[in-house]
Every structure is written in structure tokens, then in C-alpha cells.
Design a protein around this ligand. Structure first.
Ligand SMILES: Cc1cc2nc3c(=O)[nH]c(=O)nc-3n(C[C@H](O)[C@H](O)[C@H](O)COP(=O)(O)OP(=O)(O)OC[C@H]3O[C@@H](n4cnc5c(N)ncnc54)[C@H](O)[C@@H]3O)c2cc1C
Length: 238
């Protein structure tokens, strides 16, 4: 797969413009272009009267090696990096011990999910309640000032930020593409597909609750277990 960067098109470009831009950039015939995928879409709004969309595209074409060598000096035509998530291990089916994850916020959710995907049947301990119950408690506090100290805007399934609009961008450098794994899982759980490529992705208010439920169901389906209303106060090591 070849990655093309800095493909600029007008804001109101039509459906075929991306394919045509690839053909023009690589100087190939339409038959040579098999498929493409938008990896990222940003904006150049410096000229208000001519706003541009800037694409990073992964394209499948005939004669990939030959094209790459003829564009060797062009920094905007390179081999697409492998952004697939690599699991660090897979559990042996005879394994008896189960890893324990404390907290079911974003960190615990992904630790639990990845452990479950690797076959480790994690047990997740969360002091708060499951997200729908937690939503009632949180709105109870906002509307009636009734605070549940274990189930509120901070504590419970989904962690802090569950009742936000889910902004997903950060300034963290991500050379191993871990963010891609997170975003792919979110899309699988029902987030809008455009979060895969827009430059400042956000999920949208109130979508997180349903997504968290789906991700919980996936962990359970893969052999994980989540214990709500279970606060960890101490750890005893034998
Ligand atoms: C209102 C709000 C809006 C936000 N909006 C965004 C946003 O749009 N985009 C963004 O990227 N970030 C946002 N954030 C920040 C984001 O939510 C946090 O960075 C993130 O939640 C941290 O994840 P975490 O898993 O490390 O911790 P937490 O989310 O705090 O999760 C920890 C979990 O552990 C549980 N827990 C704590 N102690 C124990 C214990 N002793 N035993 C068992 N369980 C325990 C808690 O109940 C909680 O569920 C927002 C935060 C808030 C408060």
C-alpha cells in the first residue's frame, strides 16, 4: 500500500475528486488504481475564500514497487506504515491465574479489553455502578444535589469524562499508532466512522454511554468479568 500525503482539494469537491487526484499525482491510468482509504483529513483555512481539505490517503495500485521507486525523492509518496495493533502475548489455554484491573475508566476499559482479546479473562474491579445506573446518580446530583459518593461524575463505569462530548485529540506523539487501536475500538462500539480520519475527532455528546456498554459486553463475551460497586482499599500480597 502507498501512502500519499498533502493531497489538497477544495472544500466542496465532488465524490470522484479524490480518485482523480490520486491518478494525477501518481500519473497512472484509472485502471491501475484499485482502491483507496482516507487515513486523515485536515483543513487549510488560511484563505477564507478558498478553504482546502488536506488528505492523507492509503492507496492500492498496480506496480506499487515500481511507482515507489519512481517517486523515491517525493516525501509525499511513501510506503504506508503498518498501523495494526500488535498484541504483546496470547494466553495459553491452560492458564489459571486471571489478571485484575482496578477501575473501569478509559485506562481500565482498554486494559481489560486488550487482556480479554489476548485471552487472559481479566477481572475488573470498579467502585462505582454500571453506566446507566451511574447516569441516574449523576443527574440526581446535578438536579437534586443528592450526592452518591461511589457513583457520580467521577466514579463508575466509563470513568471521568463519560458525560463529556468525547474529544479524542491530544498532543501526545504516537509513533506506534496505539491511538489507532483506541479509535478503531470506538468505531466498532458505535462511534462515528469519521473519527478514524478527521484531524480533530470527537464522538458526540451522550454516545459514550452506549459505546461503553458495548465494550463491556465485548469484554464479558471474551471471558472477562466486571465487578461493580467493588472498591479496592488495600492489596495483600502472599
Ligand atoms: C467533565 C470531564 C470531561 C472530560 N472530557 C474529556 C474529553 O472530551 N476528552 C478527553 O480526552 N478527556 C476528557 N476528560 C478527561 C478524561 O476523562 C480523563 O483523562 C480520563 O477519564 C482518565 O482515565 P483513567 O482511566 O486514567 O481514570 P478515570 O477516568 O478517573 O477512571 C478511574 C476509574 O477507577 C475507579 N476507581 C477509582 N478508585 C477506585 C478504587 N479504589 N477501587 C475501584 N475502582 C476505583 C473510578 O470509579 C473510575 O471509574 C474529561 C474529564 C472530565 C471530568
Amino acid at each position: 500500500m502507498i501512502r500519499l500525503t498533502e493531497i489538497k482539494l477544495p472544500l466542496d469537491h465532488d465524490e470522484n475528486a479524490i480518485g482523480q487526484a490520486i491518478i494525477n499525482k501518481l500519473n497512472i491510468s484509472p485502471e491501475q488504481l484499485h482502491s483507496y482509504n482516507v487515513f486523515k483529513r485536515g483543513y487549510d483555512a488560511r484563505k477564507k475564500s478558498a478553504i482546502l481539505l488536506i488528505y492523507t490517503l492509503d492507496v492500492e495500485v498496480d506496480n506499487e514497487a515500481q511507482l515507489l521507486s519512481s517517486f523515491e525523492k517525493d516525501q509525499h509518496v511513501k510506503v504506508s506504515p503498518d498501523t495494526n495493533y500488535k498484541f504483546v502475548a496470547h494466553a495459553n489455554s491452560s492458564i489459571k491465574e486471571r489478571p485484575v484491573v482496578i477501575g473501569f475508566g478509559p485506562c481500565g476499559l482498554f486494559a481489560g479489553l486488550v487482556l480479554a482479546q489476548m485471552g487472559f479473562n481479566p477481572i475488573i474491579l470498579e467502585r462505582g455502578k454500571e453506566v446507566r445506573e451511574r447516569t441516574k446518580d449523576t443527574f440526581g446530583f446535578w438536579r437534586k444535589k443528592a450526592l452518591n459518593t461511589e457513583s457520580n461524575v467521577q466514579f463508575g463505569e466509563g470513568g471521568a469524562g463519560t458525560f463529556s462530548d468525547g474529544k479524542l485529540y491530544s498532543q501526545v506523539k504516537d509513533p506506534k499508532h496505539y491511538g489507532r487501536k483506541v479509535i478503531t475500538e470506538f468505531v466498532e462500539a458505535g462511534a462515528p466512522e469519521e473519527i478514524l480520519y478527521v484531524s480533530k475527532p470527537h464522538i458526540g455528546t451522550f454516545k459514550l454511554v452506549t459505546m461503553i456498554e458495548k465494550m463491556r459486553a465485548r469484554i464479558i463475551e471474551l471471558g472477562g468479568k466486571i465487578r461493580f460497586s467493588t472498591r479496592v482499599d488495600d492489596i495483600h500480597l502472599d
